[in-house]
Design a binder for this molecule. Structure first.
Ligand SMILES: CC(C)(COP(=O)(O)OP(=O)(O)OC[C@H]1O[C@@H](n2cnc3c(N)ncnc32)[C@H](O)[C@@H]1OP(=O)(O)O)[C@@H](O)C(=O)NCCC(=O)NCCS
Length: 158
C-alpha cells in the first residue's frame, strides 16, 4: 500500500492531488489565485523532487499511498536534528474520497514502524486543532499533543 516515491509515481500523485485534494492540504502555500493553477502543479512537483527525489537535495523519504491500485495520497518521514538522537517528523495526506475509512490509521502504523526500524528515538508531527482525524490518530498512537493557537504539535517517544 505504501510505494516509495519515484518520478512516475510523482506524476500519479499530482493527478490524485488535483482530482481529490485542495492544494493547502498537500503542499506549502503558493501565492496567486486559488485552486490547482499551473504554478501550484509545478510547485508540487518541485517540492517532491527537491525534498525526496533529487539525491543532492533530498531531506525526506516519501511514499505514494495506493488504495485499490490507484494513487490516493502521500506519506513522508523526515529525519530532523533535535535534542533526541534521531527525531523523525511525519506527514500524511489522503484524497477526500478515501478519508474516514481507516486508511490514515493504517498508514500511521506503518510510518511508526518505519521510524522505529530506522532507529528513531522520537516521532513528531504537526496538525491543527480543527483536524479531528489527525489528532485522534496521533493521540491513539500514544503521542503527547500540545496546542499552540491553531497548531497542535505531537510527539511520541519510540
Ligand atoms: C488526517 C488524515 C490523514 C486521516 O486519515 P483518515 O483515513 O481520514 O482517518 P481514519 O479513517 O484512519 O480515522 C482516524 C480516526 O479519526 C476519526 N475521524 C476520521 N475522520 C474524522 C472526522 N472528520 N471527524 C472526527 N473524527 C474523524 C476516525 O473515527 C478514527 O478514529 P476511531 O478509529 O477512534 O474511530 C486524512 O483525513 C487527511 O488526509 N486529511 C487531509 C490532510 C491532512 O489533514 N493531513 C494531516 C495533516 S497532520
Amino acid at each position: 500500500m505504501l510505494i516509495p516515491l519515484d518520478e512516475p509515481g510523482l506524476g500519479r500523485l499530482l493527478e490524485a492531488a488535483v482530482a481529490d485534494a485542495d492544494p493547502v492540504e498537500v503542499m506549502p502555500p503558493v501565492a496567486g489565485p486559488g485552486g490547482w493553477t499551473e504554478a501550484r502543479r509545478e510547485a508540487f512537483l518541485a517540492f517532491h523532487r527537491r525534498r525526496s527525489l533529487d539525491p543532492d537535495t533530498a531531506i525526506e523519504t516519501t511514499w505514494v499511498i495506493e488504495v485499490d491500485g490507484a494513487a490516493a495520497g502521500a506519506a513522508r518521514l523526515r529525519p530532523v536534528s533535535g535534542q533526541a538522537a534521531l527525531e523523525v517528523e511525519a506527514g500524511v495526506w489522503l484524497g477526500r474520497s478515501v478519508r474516514g475509512r481507516g486508511i490514515g490509521r493504517r498508514v500511521a502504523e506503518v510510518l511508526l514502524e518505519a521510524a522505529r526500524d530506522g532507529g528513531a528515538a522520537r516521532f513528531v508531527a504537526t496538525t491543527t486543532v480543527d483536524n479531528a482525524a489527525a489528532r485522534r490518530l496521533l493521540s491513539d498512537a500514544g503521542a503527547e499533543l500540545n496546542v499552540h493557537g491553531v497548531d497542535v504539535d505531537a510527539q511520541l517517544e519510540l
